[in-house]
Design a protein around this ligand. Structure first.
Ligand SMILES: NC(=O)c1ccc[n+]([C@@H]2O[C@H](COP(=O)([O-])OP(=O)(O)OC[C@H]3O[C@@H](n4cnc5c(N)ncnc54)[C@H](O)[C@@H]3O)[C@@H](O)[C@H]2O)c1
Ligand SMILES: O=C(O)[C@H]1O[C@H](OP(=O)(O)OP(=O)(O)OC[C@H]2O[C@@H](n3ccc(=O)[nH]c3=O)[C@H](O)[C@@H]2O)[C@H](O)[C@@H](O)[C@H]1O
Length: 376
């Protein structure tokens, strides 16, 4: 027996139209998928603040604490952003959204994120990162007018590359995790939709993004929780105790990069520009260009939290993690005007301030207990 969808109807359409209404000259009407997620919430809020019409879509899955996603939704609700609850694989829902509002841009952030979880639930990566991306691109190419698409790829596509810093032209054919493989597959699939249907598509390879309202499955987040609880933190080490490092990138810098990519999407200048009338197909690194070791990350957290961490140094497990990432951002600087400004110390200071405030309430303390099972 087919159940009626949880979306649709006059009141629902009214909320969709109001949320997507453009409130500034030359404003854009943007669909942000994954809007209840960490990056999605910040990007949706930034676009709304400048007067764009913004509509969200998210399935509020339980990969990590859905209460945190609901709390982000409440923030966007107050800003006038409606997040439609649904799955990006729901073709009828996507078609309905494009029918109800003239969407000019899609910022596609919905995905199964996280590198290590792929060992536990590989199917979720195919469902959201491959099938889900195809569903979004199918809806975009069928829409009239077609929206420009900006979507999140990942630094993990550089896989086992040893030449740093990573540039967009470097090889990406040796993924270390299923997550990375689905993001690489996404880049190839996006190229097909640019080639056949002339979709303007910009892929953004984010480098380990962190900040307030972040993800409990990421190390900076659960390290903070465990340090405060006096629980041991496992610091991964490479072969011969070599450090493991990431080009940690603060959320506000990533948001500026995403908004610049939206504004640049329609233009045909720069790499992948219009050739023989072809719509642009571009890929950019969005990183911080200053990798920091995990061990130094923990030291900064100890200093900010004023608590000594209980440290365990363990050999990096074969779980799909790579030893280091480091972004060459020359192309994004030149074509998007992307210039990261936040050091890890100052970014973590803002995260810790948010963390202490958010988890100070009893309700969210209980939530953080539930979260632990995912990230430990
Ligand atoms: N945070 C990082 O360090 C980082 C780094 C590189 C790339 N990325 C990519 O950036 C994007 C956003 O990441 P994030 O850190 O905000 O993660 P997140 O998990 O907080 O956000 C993703 C959101 O998408 C939603 N979602 C997942 N599958 C869906 C589906 N099938 N239908 C509808 N909604 C679905 C989730 O409920 C979640 O709210 C993802 O594509 C991720 O792979 C993130
Ligand atoms: O840039 C990306 O594309 C990715 O960024 C993020 O992945 P990562 O860079 O792996 O971040 P994260 O898990 O926080 O581990 C941070 C560091 O701590 C190390 N790490 C981890 C766990 C632990 O217990 N100990 C440890 O040392 C670990 O080895 C690593 O060196 C996103 O989650 C992912 O969605 C993906 O998009």
């Amino acid at each position: 027996m087919s159940t009626s969808p949880s979306w649709g109807g006059p009141a629902w359409e009214k909320r969709v139209r109001s949320s997507a209404r453009v409130r500034r000259a030359s404003g854009k009407s943007v669909l942000v998928t994954g809007a209840a997620g960490f990056v999605g919430m910040h990007v949706a809020a930034a676009l709304k603040r400048r007067g764009d019409g913004v509509l969200g879509l998210d399935n509020y899955n339980a990969y990590y604490d859905p209460d945190l996603k609901r709390a982000r939704q409440a923030l966007l609700d107050r800003a006038g952003v409606f997040i439609v609850e649904g799955d990006i694989n729901d073709a009828a829902l996507l078609r309905k959204l494009f029918d109800v509002v003239p969407i000019s841009h899609v910022v596609h952030l919905a995905a199964q994120a996280g590198v290590r979880h792929a060992l536990t639930d590989p199917g979720s990566y195919i469902h959201s990162n491959v099938a889900g991306l195809v569903a979004v691109l199918e809806a975009a190419k069928a829409a009239d007018p077609q929206p420009a698409v900006v979507w999140a790829s990942s630094s993990s596509v550089y896989g086992l590359n040893s030449k740093v810093p990573f540039s967009e032209a470097d090889r990406t054919d040796r993924p270390a995790s299923l997550y990375a493989a689905t993001k690489k597959a996404g880049e190839e699939i996006a190229h097909v939709y640019n080639n056949i249907y002339g979709l303007s598509i910009t892929g953004l390879r984010f480098f380990t993004v962190y900040g307030p309202w972040g993800r409990p499955d990421m190390a900076y987040f659960f390290f903070t929780r465990d340090i405060l609880r006096g629980k041991p933190v496992s610091i991964f080490e490479g072969p011969d105790h070599a450090t493991v490092a990431r080009d940690f990138t603060y959320i506000d810098d990533i948001v500026r990069g995403c908004v610049a990519a939206v504004d640049h999407a329609g233009k045909s200048t720069g790499s992948g520009g219009k050739k023989h009338g072809q719509a642009p197909f571009r890929i950019y690194n969005l990183g911080n260009t200053s990798p920091v070791s995990v061990s130094d990350l923990v030291s900064i957290l100890e200093q900010l939290l004023k608590v000594k961490a209980v440290k365990k140094f363990v050999k990096m497990p074969r779980n799909g993690d790579v030893q280091f990432t480091h972004a060459n951002i020359t192309l994004a600087e030149k074509e998007l005007g992307y210039h990261p400004t936040t050091s890890l110390h100052s970014g973590l200071k803002k995260f810790v301030r948010w963390y202490l405030e958010y988890y100070s309430t009893s309700l969210s303390k209980q939530a953080s207990e539930e979260d632990r099972s995912i990230s430990s």
